[in-house]
Ligand binder design. Sequence first.
Ligand SMILES: Nc1ncnc2c1ncn2[C@@H]1O[C@H](COP(=O)(O)OP(=O)(O)OP(=O)(O)O)[C@@H](O)[C@H]1O
Length: 202
Amino acid sequence: MSCLKNVPLVIFGPSGVGKGTLIKRLFAEFPDQFAFSVSHTTRAPRPGETDGKEYHFVTQDTFKSLLNEGAFIEHAQFSSNYYGTSIRAIEAVQATGKRCILDIESQGVRQIKKTKINPVYVFIAPPSMTVLRDRLRGRGTDSEEAVQRRLTIALSEISYAGEDGACDYIIVNDHLDQAYSKFRDVAQGNRIDSDTLPRVDD
Ligand SMILES: Nc1ncnc2c1ncn2[C@@H]1O[C@H](COP(=O)(O)OP(=O)(O)OP(=O)(O)O)[C@@H](O)[C@H]1O
């Protein structure tokens, strides 16, 4: 077993690129080897959600105290709610012997780089902007306006991934089986050859 297998694995990349699809397949193939950490949130639990399972549900005051104590390696605000990944949540996964998987945005990646956590960073890239647009449309969860917004953010994520030291590996999610095979290799602590970032002028 490689020592790389125990450090958290951070997956980031544009919305709609297929991060969730790859992670779902990994969890299905190796249910005992990988897990998400349980994030904190100030949003209210939805029906069926349990505190400590989907999220640690906390008040804004508790969230702010934890933030001031330096409990979070990354946090973000979406609409009026805060979300954060705590060091303890990562340690809780590690204590079970599983590898912790973090599916986050590039803002979170920048924050984690300032902490003592030293994960492996994998950027999942689309083969092209056209394909990304088609996947976002095909998913059918966003309005055309939202798709355009996501594409604009995607451009800056891809540009960040191209910066020196931004990520350890780039995997282009073109053919799912091939991308998954590379992703599984990295998740299992192996080294792979990075793919090349797509041109973004199509
Ligand atoms: N290699 C692939 N080829 C074709 N379609 C794919 C591929 N990978 C994923 N998809 C499809 O693209 C859509 C977006 O995938 P997914 O929801 O996994 O993206 P995501 O990166 O997790 O997005 P978000 O960050 O918004 O959650 C889905 O409909 C999925 O089935």
